[in-house]
Design a protein around this ligand. Structure first.
Ligand SMILES: *Cc1c(COP(=O)(O)O)cnc(C)c1O
Length: 452
């Protein structure tokens, strides 16, 4: 047996082996390996901190989501939401699994094109598409999801000039019983804006209305909301058929299914309370199948699920810098990664595991990052075994939005590695260097020299 490290004695109320409401406290299990790779060796090889993506977990997630939807509805197509994690290696795993691309900017659009996604399999969402973006999407036969009337008018004008009839969908927002309502994107269902847009598109005869889209929120915990949204879009599609004898070929339900993270202030851990993807699938497919479509004319179901497919495939590994006592007696542990690379720590209580074996003693503590900023708090309160300088930790469920939203601030951004199906680790983004950050800076001549 390996010799345990010395731990200083500690006096505190006993809570050894206490169960929480859902069983034993799994947060206290040491995580020494990820997909067979030793955490400490990964840190030694690639530096600390380090993002790790599990190829196996991503593939498992998308395969299982596809299975869950395809067994409930006959025509399903996933599109990978680039903004959730647009590292090319991650996108390409999804593309290999059959996912199209869902993008919300020209930058993401170009990434999808460079990744080799056929342009007619790129869904272009978002409120900010320039004329140039629209012209390119029309030329490329991409699916353009219209967000507002100004965009609709520009599209009518541009497609007229180009003598091409682009394939479009409108984004629809609606009351699904979840408040505050996401009504800033797209056209509202209840007040008639959605119909207004549909009528204008069909009257223009310049655009080919092929789809209806919604993305009702993010980190949604109620599957029923998707049932309501799907029913409303299906109702629109069936009414379009009645009024204009035109088939809508797809209904796109967007993303937003919650991942297993725990929201701050939540009374239950995410892993115990977040609905399974099958519950979302059940709600959506039942609504669509019960809406009254002719079986031969059932629309495709598109899904732009992001976080629920990638959050648990991402880990952040880091190292303890030091410990101190705060003035109120609490233990504070300082880690080598901050909120600039773990943006989601502003709204999640991330699960954090020690990366080495430890005794049963735990103590409430605050986890700080290394930034010289008071807001740099990774966990406001977490019960962990005493961690010492040089010990390592693993942060779970960080695959969604942290890498895309990370910023270079005070420290440089770390490497990202992917562990492949054979258990080999590959760098998929190099750690940042000073020259990377300064690459686009320019010095004015008269600022070149100084004497101190
Ligand atoms: C962000 C976004 C998604 C993905 O959302 P998740 O919460 O990551 O599932 C899908 N569609 C659109 C239009 C989005 O803006």
């Amino acid at each position: 047996m390996e010799k345990k490290q010395y731990e200083r004695p500690l006096i505190k109320p006993l809570n050894n082996g206490l169960m929480n409401k859902f069983g034993t406290r799994t947060e206290y299990t040491a995580i020494t390996n990820i997909d067979g790779k030793n955490v400490k060796e990964l840190l030694k090889e690639f530096g600390s901190p380090l993002f790790v993506m599990s190829e196996r977990k991503i593939r498992d997630n998308i395969r299982s989501a596809k299975r869950v939807f395809e067994t409930r509805y006959p025509k399903v197509q996933f599109a990978w939401s680039y903004k959730t994690n647009y590292l090319n290696a991650v996108c390409k795993v999804f593309h290999q699994e059959g996912s199209w691309a869902e993008v919300v900017s020209r930058f993401e659009y170009e990434k999808a094109v460079n990744n080799g996604v056929p342009t007619n399999k790129i869904i272009f969402n978002g409120p900010d598409k320039t004329d140039d973006d629209l012209v390119l999407s029309i030329k490329n036969d991409s699916l353009i999801h219209i967000d507002h009337l100004d965009e609709l008018y520009r599209l009518i004008e541009l497609s007229g000039e180009m003598h091409k009839k682009p394939r479009v969908a409108i984004r629809v927002n609606m009351d699904t019983g979840i408040y505050p309502m996401w009504d800033r994107f797209g056209f509202n269902y209840e007040n008639g804006q959605a119909w207004d847009a549909i009528n204008k598109i069909i009257a223009s005869d310049k655009l080919n209305l092929v789809g209806l889209h919604c993305h009702i929120g993010t980190y949604m915990l109620a599957a029923s909301a998707y049932g309501i949204a799907a029913a409303k879009l299906a109702e629109l599609a069936i009414s379009i058929k009645k009024r204009y004898n035109q088939n809508i070929s797809y209904i796109d339900m967007g993303g937003g299914f919650a991942s297993k993270n725990t929201l701050k202030g939540a009374t239950h851990l995410g892993v115990d309370s977040v609905p399974e993807i099958s519950e979302f699938a059940e709600a959506i497919s039942s609504s669509l199948l019960n809406a009254g479509f002719d079986n031969a004319e059932l629309p495709y179901l598109y899904l732009e699920t992001g976080r629920a497919l990638v959050d648990d495939a991402g880990f952040l590994l880091g190292t303890v810098i030091s410990n101190k006592r705060l003035s109120d007696g609490r233990r504070a542990t300082i880690l080598d990664f901050g909120v600039n690379i773990l943006f989601t720590s502003f709204w999640y209580d991330h699960k954090i595991s020690p990366a080495q074996e430890f005794s049963f003693n735990t103590e409430d503590c605050v986890l700080y990052g290394p930034l010289c900023m008071n807001i740099d708090v990774i966990r406001e309160n977490v019960s962990l075994p005493p961690l010492n300088n040089g010990d390592n930790v693993v942060v779970h469920y960080v695959g969604a939005y942290n890498i895309t939203q990370s910023m270079q601030f005070i420290t440089l951004r770390p490497s990202v590695v992917m562990i492949d199906l054979k258990g080999d680790a590959h760098v998929i983004r190099e750690k940042e260097s000073v020259s990377d950050v300064e690459k686009n800076e320019r010095i004015i001549d008269h600022l070149e020299k100084f004497k101190l």
